[in-house]
Design a protein. Structure first.
Length: 212
């Protein structure tokens, strides 16, 4: 199975935020400049943890007790529903981020990470979304407690591991990816849900970059 691209095109975002006459009058350059200034940042562990600890509550607020028409929606064959995304996040909490961080801290690059099964959420019986949300919240809380218990310093964050496909990486890069991965899937869930109303919004579709 393959996920579709998770981010809308920049021009679609621009059209959604600004009317066409403002784009023609030069806001494009200003907008692009602002994007360039904000797109990249040095990794900061405290900032990353602040996002990671909020993801379970964000998902809970958005998805719990919604009709299944929302939570089982997808974008067509071989794409993921919000329900499937939460299952994927659970598998990551169990087998990916903390396990790989431990390998970096204890073994460095002498041992490659185990490959991650991106589709494990589709194995086994289907579980209620409420149960998945509870499980994800509990696992994430435990994992963040583990990270905080390591008392990581700059030298730790610079330690290197080895991804089985991507090659060398640092602990800081792994933790940054964990954070961006959360945000990536929050974008995906929002997009999938919004696309249910692609036709219903009528002419306003032209202003909604999420529907492109």
């Amino acid at each position: 199975m393959k996920e579709k691209a998770l981010e809308p095109e920049g021009d679609d975002e621009l059209r959604a935020e600004y009317p066409a006459d403002l784009i023609r009058s030069g806001v494009r350059g200003k907008y692009a400049s602002q994007r360039a200034k904000s797109d990249d940042a040095t990794f900061d562990l405290a900032e990353a943890l602040a996002v990671l600890e909020r993801t379970p509550a964000a998902l809970d607020a958005l998805l719990r007790d919604l009709p299944t028409a929302w939570t089982d929606a997808d974008e067509g064959p071989d794409t993921w529903s919000p329900h499937a995304v939460v299952g994927h996040l659970i598998h990551g909490e169990r087998t990916d981020w903390i396990g790989r961080a431990r390998i970096i801290l204890e073994e460095g690059g002498s041992r490659a990470f185990e490959p991650f099964d991106r589709f494990a959420q589709f194995a086994g019986p289907r579980r209620p979304l409420s149960e998945l949300l509870d499980t994800f919240a509990a696992l994430r809380a435990d994992n963040l407690e583990t990270v905080r218990g390591w008392d990581l310093v700059e030298n730790d964050l610079a330690k290197r591991g080895r991804h089985p496909e991507l090659g060398p990486c640092t602990l800081a890069e792994l933790l940054a990816t964990w954070t961006a991965h959360d945000l990536n899937h929050l974008v995906q869930i929002s997009r999938v849900m919004a696309k249910r109303y692609t036709t219903a919004v009528g002419p306003w579709r032209a202003y909604l970059g999420v529907l492109k």
